[in-house]
Design a protein around this ligand. Structure first.
Ligand SMILES: NC(=O)C1=CN([C@@H]2O[C@H](COP(=O)(O)OP(=O)(O)OC[C@H]3O[C@@H](n4cnc5c(N)ncnc54)[C@H](O)[C@@H]3O)[C@@H](O)[C@H]2O)C=CC1
Ligand SMILES: O=C([O-])CC(=O)C(=O)O
Length: 267
């Protein structure tokens, strides 16, 4: 049995918390933390086993597994204490990990683990397998309804107003590392892909603001010596946060199950 603490109770965190409260073999939700404690308390009040509502820094003292499901700006405040305490950190804001790879070094020293779930993407098992061999290129093309990109710093810096876009428009082309900086709340999938495959500077990313799509759509292409992969996922945006695909909390749940499962399927 592993105990779980969740930081952030939004589209990902609250959905995951509810699923854990409904009962998952081998896992028990014991604590949650969010920006607004009263709101967090209200959110879990009706749970069958209400978790403790605490500060993000205290989760690691209460739980074996700390799930980060908060905005990227809170990443370090959530993940560092978990690493210092030697816990398992399961992270959602993967873009915030790229510029903080020293946390991985620190985890090596403390015995902690950092786990990046597949999240809103697909096929990281195949990308990791390919990366054991020689990979020539990895490309991600992301298309989102324009509202799923609104507010990104890159768009503001370049004076791009996505709300006025009426035809599919490529708003960014560059590396996964540059994309994670310019779109910290929108392309965690690019960061996860980069960590699964080749480096963030070699992983190519295109972002399209596309009024013709209703789903957050990601296409991954990998050229490797052993395989050619082309994979597309079309995510239904969640009601709480249209930037976040509804599959994301389910991916985290599947990932958590894998921590204790007797039968584990996939890489
Ligand atoms: N890895 C992946 O595939 C995906 C990752 N994400 C990322 O996951 C993260 C969470 O996404 P959502 O649940 O959609 O966000 P959300 O905006 O729906 O919820 C965020 C939650 O964090 C809480 N929060 C805000 N500041 C906090 C702080 N300082 N400490 C603790 N909690 C705080 C808020 O109160 C809210 O409950 C975001 O960084 C998002 O970009 C989103 C989708 C896919
Ligand atoms: O990567 C992200 O941050 C979110 C995303 O594209 C999705 O949920 O489809």
């Amino acid at each position: 049995m592993l105990t779980v603490g969740i930081a952030g109770l939004g589209a990902i965190g609250l959905t995951l918390a509810k699923a854990l409260d409904a009962g998952v073999e081998g896992l028990r939700l014991v604590a949650v933390a969010a920006r607004d404690r009263d709101k967090a308390r209200a959110a879990v009040a009706g749970f069958a086993s209400p978790p403790v509502v605490t500060d993000v820094a205290d989760l690691a003292g209460l739980a074996d597994v700390v799930v980060e499901a908060a905005p990227a700006a809170a990443f370090e405040a959530i993940v560092s204490p978990a690493i210092e305490a030697g816990r398992i950190a399961v992270v959602s804001s993967v873009g915030a990990l790229l510029p903080r790879m020293q946390l991985v070094e620190r985890a090596r020293e403390t015995g902690a683990r950092i786990i990046v779930p597949t999240g809103a993407l697909l096929g990281l098992d195949a990308v990791r397998a390919a990366a054991e061999g020689k990979v020539e290129s990895v490309t991600l093309v992301t298309r989102k309804p324009p509202r799923g990109l609104a507010g990104a710093p890159y768009l503001e810096q370049h004076g791009i107003d996505v709300t006025t876009i009426t035809t599919p428009t490529r708003v960014f082309a560059g590396s996964a590392r540059e994309g994670a900086i310019g779109f910290p709340a929108n392309v965690n999938v690019a960061a996860a892909l980069a960590l699964a495959g080749i480096e963030p500077d070699r992983t190519r990313l295109e972002i399209w603001a596309d009024p013709t799509v209703t789903r957050n759509t990601h296409t991954v292409t990998v050229e490797a010596d052993t395989v050619r992969l082309t994979m597309t996922i079309e995510n239904v945006p969640s009601e709480e946060n249209p930037r976040t695909g509804k599959i994301t909390p389910l991916s985290l749940l599947a990932c958590l199950r894998g921590l204790t499962a007797t039968l584990k399927v996939g890489t």
